[in-house]
Design a binder for this molecule. Structure first.
Ligand code: ADP
Ligand code: MG
Length: 285
């Protein structure tokens, strides 16, 4: 009866948009007590919108935005997509480089343009600092754009919590899992999303490698950790978790690194996956 139950479980999973990699995965779902959720693209839709552009002293908004968009055209990050989408007229950029978890860089109009975290710049003018803080206080994500090492403006993007995320967090809790939100984004944006979906524990401002550290740290504390991510800068964390769940169509790296692939975009798929796996296991035993 054992292989039959496994087959039924796997088949039922496929119908629900849950692809289970192997029988060992089921065993992990029985023991998990903690779920680490990546913010962008996992708890939120990951479809961001450019809501504001603030130019620094003496800088022109249009030039700033178009140069930033030219560089973002080479990045698949949700922030990049928002900037590109809002800027149909872009100069051509050369030598585009993605800086994972930090930003993007490239050559535009003969200058090296950088877009991303403020830490990519040596100094940020006070006016821009004020704009960044104001945006973050509203729960938004603010990135800095500039060239020749000088920060020249701020781009503000907003993200939306996925429909059903509140219910999904509740369902994960009901399964005995303690939820944590982890993100490379700023504390303000992270707290706003966490509050909206009912999560108290937030770890913000982490680099992609920092997400791995968060999972390792929890495991060192004796917790059995499930990690849910979309594969954008979180594939290594999916791989080190006791149970890695790749959300959405995901990237190939994410699917490779995970134990479970959730074909559905809604976060409830994560709770469904744990529930289904546990039930399948109960049938086998
Ligand atoms: P998350 O953990 O929310 O998925 P990431 O680790 O992908 O976030 O990114 C963390 C931060 O790095 C972003 O909030 C942003 O400040 C910056 N960043 C990363 N990629 C880009 C990009 N292509 N353009 C601008 N900023 C970026
Ligand atoms: Mg992400």
């Amino acid at each position: 009866a054992t292989p039959t139950a496994l087959l039924v479980g796997t088949g039922r999973g496929a119908q629900m948009g849950i692809l289970i990699k192997g029988p060992e995965t089921l065993e992990s779902t029985r023991r998990v007590d903690t779920v680490v959720l990546d913010k962008t693209g996992t708890v939120t839709t990951g479809v961001m919108a450019l809501v504001d552009v603030v130019a620094g002293p003496g800088e022109d908004v249009t030039r700033l935005q178009s140069r930033a968009a030219a560089v973002e055209a080479g990045s698949g990050h949700p922030i990049a997509r928002a900037v590109v989408e809002a800027t149909p007229e872009r100069p051509v950029a050369a030598g585009l480089t993605d800086l994972p978890g930090l930003g993007a860089r490239g050559l535009v109009d003969g200058v090296e343009v950088t877009v991303g975290r403020a830490s990519l710049f040596e100094t940020v003018p006070a006016e821009l600092d004020v704009a960044i803080t104001a945006a973050q206080d509203q729960g938004r994500t603010a990135v800095v754009a500039g060239w020749d090492g000088v920060a020249r403006g701020v781009l503000v993007v907003s993200d939306t919590v996925k429909p059903g995320a509140v219910e999904a967090v509740r369902a994960l809790r009901a399964l005995g899992l303690r939820p944590l939100l982890v993100t490379g984004d700023n504390e303000g944006a992270a707290r706003a999303v966490a509050a909206e979906v009912g999560i108290e524990e937030v770890i913000a401002g982490v680099l992609p490698a920092g997400k791995v550290d968060v999972v390792q740290q929890l495991r060192a504390e004796g917790r059995v950790v499930a990690m849910v991510g979309d594969g954008v800068n979180d594939a290594p964390a999916l791989a080190v978790a006791d149970l890695g769940l790749a959300m959405g169509a995901g990237t190939d790296v994410a699917i490779e690194a995970s134990d479970l692939t959730l074909v559905r975009e809604d976060l409830m798929a994560a709770a469904d996956a744990v529930r289904l796996s546990r039930r399948t296991l109960a049938t086998i035993k």
